[in-house]
Ligand binder design. Structure first.
Ligand code: SF4
Length: 389
């Protein structure tokens, strides 16, 4: 990791497209969950105010870049953005719209956690244009929620979900987690069936990863009571079956949606389109340039100028790799003609031996214009994707 200040834009940003997505990181939580290694934590009101001030200054700093471009999606992520007073969210949205235009139908998402929002907040979000609500649930089983260190029960989630619907929310995502302590086939089935019955437009399902430095990483594995590998695979298969049975289309490794409700913001990342991230630890991509803000709330607040933990321009080979390992996450895979337009030749010219090997094993399938995982390939996508890096 290195850190330095640099001029705002390098040569490789010169072919940027007109549309851009915006990510805003709000790292404030009631308390840290047992598995969480995100840049988030519990901070006092003084830090929150200083953070907002710095955030608005940062958006101003990129005013010239943003003013010539149309925003296609905004994602207010965290942390727990819904923990903040809604005036924070209003000032961020106002700053963005003062500087530039939102594309008509712009997708604006806010992440929410049960137990942190009420009707007043939801009304305020809707007034400032937020039209997608992403709720962190993880499980409907209260014993599993408690072991994850979540601050809420399933009842708290249901209260928030109903409140959102009552206040006109028509695009809701629910985040679920598998491979968690005390989980069994029947408890996972209960979570999936209960959430599907509520009919959210989008469901994300990620497996628990024990990250270094989290309370889970310090606990004895046997005390965590995690499902074993076979159980985890059976839960994974059941997840696909239940979600597809309820009309959710899997459009990315971990994401399922009713048709037309795929998350446009996340598609920006997988399609390698431009995005800019504001806030501590937020990453940006402008053309071939990638940069990540300092990964510390105090460090971010402490400087009026951008301070980066990473700032690089990818060379052509790195860009090609990125195109493959991000694009293949989508179940539709990558377009061979898009690749050729960008890099001059078909992907098989550069990745021929990898593609041939996994096509032969029935994990990848190539058609006239596309290259994508097969159903079986999606099961082991991590191994195959790592070959393109
Ligand atoms: S709510 Fe999310 S960001 Fe906050 S501690 Fe829990 S997992 Fe981390």
């Amino acid at each position: 990791m290195y850190r330095y200040r640099r001029r705002p834009f390098c040569q490789c940003s010169s072919w940027m497209k007109n549309e851009i997505s915006v990510y805003v990181h709000l790292p404030f939580c009631v308390k840290k969950c047992n598995y969480c290694d995100f840049l988030s934590g519990s901070f006092d009101d003084g830090i929150k105010r200083a953070y907002l001030k710095r955030l608005l200054l940062e958006i101003d700093h990129y005013g010239a870049l943003l003013s010539g471009r149309m925003i296609r999606s905004v994602y207010l992520g965290g942390g727990t953005p819904s923990l903040l007073d809604p005036s924070f969210i209003r000032s961020i949205m106002k700053k963005l719209t003062d500087i530039t235009m939102l594309k008509s139908g712009c997708e604006i998402t806010i992440e929410m956690n049960p137990g942190t929002a009420d009707e007043r907040k939801i009304g305020s979000y809707r007034e400032c244009g937020i039209n997608r609500f992403s709720i962190g649930l993880q499980s409907v089983n209260d014993d599993e929620l408690a072991s994850l260190g979540r601050i809420h029960t399933y009842g708290d989630f249901l209260y928030l979900y109903d409140l959102l619907r009552k206040n006109g929310a028509s695009n809701i995502n629910v985040d679920l987690m598998t491979g968690i302590p005390h989980e069994s086939m029947s408890s996972a089935e209960r979570t999936l069936e209960t959430v599907c019955a509520l009919k959210p437009e989008h469901i994300s399902v990620y497996s628990l990863i024990i990250e270094d430095g989290t309370p889970f990483s310090q606990a004895e594995k046997k005390n965590l009571d995690l499902p074993d590998e076979d159980e985890e695979y059976a839960i994974y298969e059941m997840t696909r079956r239940i979600l597809s049975g309820h009309g959710y289309e899997r459009y990315e490794i971990s994401n399922y949606a009713k048709r037309g409700f795929e998350c446009r913001h996340n598609i920006t990342y997988w399609d390698l389109d431009d995005y800019i991230g504001f806030g501590a630890g937020a990453s940006s991509r402008l053309g071939e340039r990638r940069f990540t803000n300092i990964k510390s709330v105090e460090g971010y607040i402490g400087s009026d100028d951008p301070v980066f933990d990473e700032d690089i321009c990818l060379d052509e080979r790195e860009s090609m790799s990125e195109f493959m390992f991000l694009g293949l996450r989508k179940t539709a895979g990558i377009s061979r003609s898009d690749f050729a337009r960008r890099f001059g030749k078909d992907p098989s010219v550069f990745f021929g031996s990898i593609i041939e090997r996994y096509e032969g094993e029935g994990l990848l399938k190539m058609t006239k214009d596309r290259l994508a995982f097969t159903e079986r390939g999606l099961d082991v996508s991590n191994i195959v994707l790592s070959e393109f890096v």
